[in-house]
Design a protein around this ligand. Structure first.
Ligand code: PBG
Length: 324
């Protein structure tokens, strides 16, 4: 006979589907991660991230302006230094590439966008870890915190609206908040990388920042097998004063994202990381996936799972599609 319930009625026409659609993606929710390389005179392609480059200071400015004109909600800046040392001195040096580039962008863009900076040592250390090492070669949590405090102040002074501690050291949010406040940067906000996993999906990023890491980050980043500890990290970050929190990577961790979104009092970001980008680009280049549809579906899924904002290397291109 005839089924009484016919969900397909709501799927019949584009107008009906548009009317009942629950989730949208808007350019203002997208944050563009950008790389700037010390000493570069032109953009340098990143082989494992086709379409993404290491910018020179000059091309960074131009690309940042274009991104803001395209309507993206923010920029997340990563620096690639020319020299590295055991304590990551370039991170706290006012003339270090990340701080210099922050000043460039803040003077170019003022308050027209939300300027964010990666607050982590891995790009600046010669061993590639996110912190400094103790005499046994282990990452020293509390010694690292002291450097993060200085790094935060330097980034705030250089013009960051929001700092993004991504090193997964215990207590990092509290220490950074206190340092910023004591230095008078009460209005500089913190986007905490709350649940960051020891993920193989960061592979292409390591090429992008010329990471020196041998080994892994399993003693500080979370185990992909664990969801519960993401909620513990969330309560700690909220208690320590995080203004927004993040789950990273995004697509393989949508369950974690949902759990964090349901329990967070502050906005939630998700980072669609380099490996997620590379996977889709590689498959699309082979003609195996419809590139645009796949990208928009991943962004929609990340939003549906609970992200208020998404860091994505497709931020500008997706913004153009979404405003067309
Ligand atoms: C650490 C950091 C990493 C990423 C963002 N911040 C690398 C890591 O933890 O190994 C990865 C981002 C990506 O893969 O796109 N500074």
């Amino acid at each position: 006979m005839f089924p009484t319930h016919r969900p397909r009625r709501l799927r019949r026409t584009p107008a009906m589907r548009r009317l009942v659609s629950e989730t949208s993606v808007e350019p203002r929710q997208l944050i563009l991660p950008m790389f700037v390389k010390e000493g570069a005179t032109e953009p340098i392609p990143i082989a494992s991230m086709p379409g993404v480059v290491q910018h020179s200071r000059d091309t960074l400015r131009k690309a940042a302006v274009e991104a803001v004109q395209a309507g993206v909600g923010g920029l997340m800046l990563f620096g690639v230094p020319q020299t590295r040392d055991a304590v990551g001195s370039g991170a706290t040096d006012p003339n270090g590439i990340l701080n210099v580039a922050l000043r460039d962008l803040r003077s170019e863009l003022g308050d027209d966008t939300v300027l964010m900076s990666d607050l982590c040592l891995d790009e600046f250390t010669d061993h590639g870890h996110c912190g400094v090492l103790d005499s046994d070669g282990a990452v020293d949590n509390d010694a690292t915190l002291r450097i993060y405090a200085d790094m935060a102040i330097e980034q705030a002074r250089s013009g960051a609206h929001m700092v993004g501690p991504s090193g997964m050291m215990d207590g990092q949010i509290g220490v950074i908040r206190e340092a910023l406040d004591e230095a008078g940067y009460l209005d500089t906000s913190i986007l905490a990388y709350t649940a960051k996993y020891a993920s193989a999906f960061f592979g292409p990023f390591r090429e992008a920042v010329e990471s020196q890491l041998k080994g892994d980050r399993k003693t500080y980043q979370q185990d992909p097998a664990n969801a519960r500890e993401a909620l513990r990290e969330l309560s700690l970050d909220l208690a320590e004063g995080a203004d927004a929190v993040m789950v990273k990577p995004a697509l393989p961790y949508l369950d974690v994202l949902r759990a964090v979104a349901e329990n967070s009092e502050v906005p939630v970001a998700a980072y669609q990381v380099s490996g997620e980008y590379a996977m889709v680009e590689a498959a699309a280049a082979n003609g195996w996936l419809d590139r645009q549809r796949t990208i928009l579906e991943t962004l929609t899924s990340i939003r549906r799972a609970g992200a208020d904002m998404i860091l994505t290397y497709w931020a500008v291109e997706a913004s153009h599609w979404l405003s067309a």
